[in-house]
Write a protein that binds this ligand. Structure first.
Ligand code: C5P
Length: 231
């Protein structure tokens, strides 16, 4: 494994309320991150303009929208995200198999209409801020049946998702000794990679660090070491 492999696995959380601030942070951290996550806060501030601006920095874009509504509404919203060139989009698996199917269909149709390559559709299973995972198994089945490419899950659930032939995007990542904030099911980057996670969502572990570049380099090195150890 080389350093490019770790960068391909790392997704930078841009939970900010202004696009210029998000772009400034993204630009500083592009050596370590291949993808940027646009969540509800940045999307509320900047909308789809964020996607093009992040692509211009050479980053892939994960729209963390957690779409959850009636199937028609989710399909139509996912189609617009697809048309606007998002690389990853998530839908909340609590919405059930029909809603997930509609979202996957809309996303793929939109990408095709916009001339973009096939984006990755992810079903959100159980938020990593929640400590109870009773709903996980059912939501995993729905994500699989609906044709999602993968799921968003905690590091501890990666193996079950892979057994269901789904790829995994894992939030709630913290370096050893760091504050967990509101994340109940947190893990270190090396544990998540050892479990087989495909992508790690990295937020406050880097963005709230006194020295974000140094924290990013630590996460990147830890992922690279874990990839080497488990290749
Ligand atoms: O700062 P921190 O690393 O906790 O950020 C995690 C990010 O991942 C947040 O933007 C949050 O919205 C998102 N997320 C999550 N759990 C999920 C899906 C997304 O924490 N299941």
């Amino acid at each position: 494994m080389n350093t490019a492999d770790a960068r391909d696995r790392l997704v930078l959380v841009l939970d900010m309320d202004a696009l210029p601030d998000a772009l400034a942070l993204a630009e500083r951290l592009t050596p370590w991150f291949g993808t940027a996550k646009v969540g509800l806060e940045l999307f509320a501030a900047a909308g789809h303009a964020a996607y093009g601006a992040l692509h211009d920095l050479g980053l892939q874009v994960f729209a963390d929208m957690k779409l959850h509504d009636i199937p028609t509404t989710v399909e139509r919203a996912a189609r617009v995200h697809g048309r606007n060139g998002v690389d990853f989009l998530n839908l909340h698996a609590a919405g059930g198999v029909e809603m997930l199917q509609a979202g996957v269909r809309g996303l793929r149709e939109g990408a095709s209409q916009g001339g973009h390559s096939n984006p990755i559709a992810l079903g959100v299973t159980v938020l990593t801020s929640e400590s109870t995972t009773d709903a996980f198994a059912q939501r995993l089945v729905w994500a699989h049946e609906a044709g999602c490419d993968g799921v968003v899950c905690a590091a501890a659930e990666v193996t079950q998702a892979h057994d269901a032939k789904l790829r995994t995007m894992v939030p709630g990542i913290r370096l050893a000794g760091q504050d967990r904030d509101d994340q109940a099911r947190a893990a270190t980057p090396d544990v998540a990679i050892a479990n087989g996670a495909d992508w790690l969502v990295i937020g406050r572990a880097v963005t709230k660090a006194d020295d974000p570049e140094s924290a990013a380099a630590s996460v990147h090195e830890s992922v690279n070491n874990a990839l080497r150890a488990h290749s």
